[in-house]
Design a protein around this ligand. Structure first.
Ligand SMILES: [Zn+2]
Length: 340
């Protein structure tokens, strides 16, 4: 799940001037060679708006799913051809599940499952921050590179923290790559003919430290684990290049990640103009669901007759896609007759 440019560096060096305005629904890789840093900037406009507006979740749930969507695009866009990346939380908080599903190159969908009453009480109590909404559980990241490749799944605990925290923890423990992630989601208010309209925007930046000598990437504060009591924790000073890179990314404000008038190129230039930064061609992202009448029918056929009987309401079986809200209606006999 490292940056694709780490193993196959692009050779095109952009010669044009950085674009002045943000290109929405894109992922732009970049490299700060003098500090051994690589990263990606994600900017989502119509994609995040289409997904969040369609679901009409309560505002803090929508915002949280928007963050999950940015993280999904950020990590999924590292995959090569035909890969699929699925990010899924499972927790005991008011929002019990978030799913982000990315299919290379650039197709994404997302949905949330939550408890309406608990979310309402959390909002009322002023405890609708990401950590409180998620609660405790885990974040799973699955990479599927097609039938001939093995599936990979990484798990990280969620313990009242944000998705950013979970991403840092994942890269620290599983991949041992120093990684800093920033995610931002907001509703933009626009004056229009029929009054003000709201549009969701989202963005994020990921920075990774990938030095040629691996010992430089060693993480400073790994838990000593089950070492005997009294053992001094093994501490290493962090590499200066990483300390500098991380500090620069931590200064990025939410507004910089979602500002439609600030391009990804200008953002990374603003951050890294001193050490020098090189940007690569951005990839496009679009909101698209993979559901179909055939796939729903196949799913219904996989159920027992008894389960299907329980799904019949008003003489028909109705299935709504959780991702895109598409509705598929079947006559009970239609599914049975073909199931032999
Ligand atoms: Zn769908």
């Amino acid at each position: 799940m490292t940056d694709p440019t780490a193993t196959s560096p692009h050779i095109e060096i952009p010669t044009r001037a950085p674009s002045a305005t943000a290109a929405d629904d894109t992922v732009m890789p970049f490299e700060v060679a003098s500090l051994d840093l690589r990263g990606r900037v994600v900017r989502l406009g119509p994609v995040v708006n289409e997904i969040l507006a369609r679901h009409a979740y309560p505002e803090p749930v929508a915002k949280l799913l928007g963050e999950a969507l940015v993280l999904t695009v950020m990590l999924g866009s590292a995959l090569k051809i035909d890969g699929r990346f699925i990010l899924q939380t499972q927790t005991d908080g008011p929002v019990r599940m978030l799913v982000g599903d990315f299919t290379a190159p650039g197709k994404v969908r997302a949905c949330a499952r939550f408890d309406k009453d608990r979310v309402a009480s959390a909002i009322e109590a002023g405890k609708a921050d990401p950590g409180s909404l998620l609660g405790n559980g885990h974040l799973a990241m699955t990479i599927d590179q097609g039938p001939d490749m093995s599936r990979y799944q990484g798990l990280v605990a969620l313990e009242g923290g944000s998705l950013e925290d979970a991403a840092h923890e994942y890269f620290r423990r599983s991949e041992q790559i120093p990684t800093q992630v920033r995610l931002a989601v907001a509703e933009e208010l626009r004056a229009g003919k029929g009054g003000a309209s709201h549009r969701w925007r989202a963005g994020g930046i990921m920075l990774q430290f990938l030095p040629k000598s691996p010992e430089r990437a060693r993480v400073a504060d790994l838990d000593p684990g089950d070492a005997p009591e009294g053992t001094e924790p093994h501490t290493l000073p962090e590499d200066d290049a990483w300390v500098e890179g991380r500090a620069l990314v931590s200064t990025v404000e939410d507004v910089e990640l979602i500002d439609p008038s600030l391009s990804s190129e200008r953002l990374v230039y603003r951050l890294f103009h001193e050490p020098g930064v090189r940007v690569f061609r951005a990839g496009d992202v679009r909101a698209a669901c993979s559901c179909s009448r055939d796939s729903v029918e196949a799913m219904l056929k996989s159920f027992s007759q008894d389960d299907r009987d329980h799904m019949v309401e008003d003489g028909k079986i109705s299935v709504t896609c959780e991702f895109c809200s598409a509705n598929y209606v079947f006559a009970p006999g239609e599914v049975e007759a073909k199931a032999s």
